[in-house]
Design a protein around this ligand. Structure first.
Ligand SMILES: [Zn+2]
Length: 239
């Protein structure tokens, strides 16, 4: 009888041990899936697109969501963007989203318009290409095609030029955007790194942690990607 009980207790202990081990394995798997999912999400938000890193349309699928203002952006940044616009208005500003997602055809038209202006001014094709791509991204090389970028101006001044930086909206965004996961994508004096002229209206969603780190370190997306994901970054400093 005693031997039977001893055997039974051993079996129970073995069962408990197996149960604990199974739970540990399942827990570990769930943890790894969560980490993988988080990394995947982070990689998506930090995807680098510029004049020398085109949009990888085969692997980057945009899921669009309409904002209250009518513009469309990728679903991953929509709620943070709405919150940022709401808080900006509560601070007494008048933010207006003039562009969110843009498809390639629309980008092509914009680029060709800019290119034609330089040709009309007597520039050669090569010169026109270089000059226009500093202001308007070539088709397939625009962040707007990701749906993660927005152009925001002030209701009282809607021009996309340097004076936009003086508006209340631009000032508020410069101070607060990182709290909502957005960064000023083409800061002043960063053309040699970003390839684009200073655009005080163009904001890019990268997620709150990355945005706060970039703001704190005073670096742009190219430098951030190189710093933390060097194997994936292709940084070329333009002449
Ligand atoms: Zn833009």
């Amino acid at each position: 009888m005693r031997a039977y009980e001893k055997n039974r207790n051993s079996m129970i202990r073995l069962g408990i041990l197996c149960g604990v081990l199974c739970l540990a394995v399942v827990g570990l798997l769930v943890f790894r899936v969560l980490i993988w999912s988080e990394n995947r999400q982070q990689t998506r938000l930090l995807v680098l697109v510029n004049d020398w890193n085109g949009v990888d349309s085969a692997n980057f699928k945009v899921k669009l969501q309409k904002l209250q203002c009518g513009a469309e952006v990728d679903t991953h940044c929509a709620s943070d963007l709405e919150q940022m616009l709401t808080d900006c208005r509560l601070a007494g500003c008048d933010p207006v989203v003039v562009c969110g997602y843009r498809d390639r055809e629309e980008q092509k038209k914009l680029y060709e318009k800019e290119y034609s202006l330089y040709i009309e001014q007597g520039k050669t094709c090569d010169e026109a290409t270089v000059l226009s791509s500093r202001k308007v991204a070539r088709p397939g090389r625009s962040e707007h095609e990701l749906g993660l970028s927005v152009d925001i101006v002030d209701g009282s001044y809607r021009e996309l030029d340097q004076k936009q930086e003086e508006t209340h909206t631009a000032k508020w965004l410069r101070e607060n955007a990182e709290r909502y996961g957005f960064v000023l994508r083409y800061p002043e004096n960063s053309e040699s790194v970003t390839g684009m002229v200073y655009q005080p209206w163009h904001y890019r969603y990268v997620g709150k942690m990355a945005a706060e780190q970039m703001k704190e370190l005073g670096i742009c997306l190219e430098e951030y990607v190189q710093m933390f994901f060097s194997e994936k970054a292709v940084i070329v400093h333009k002449k």
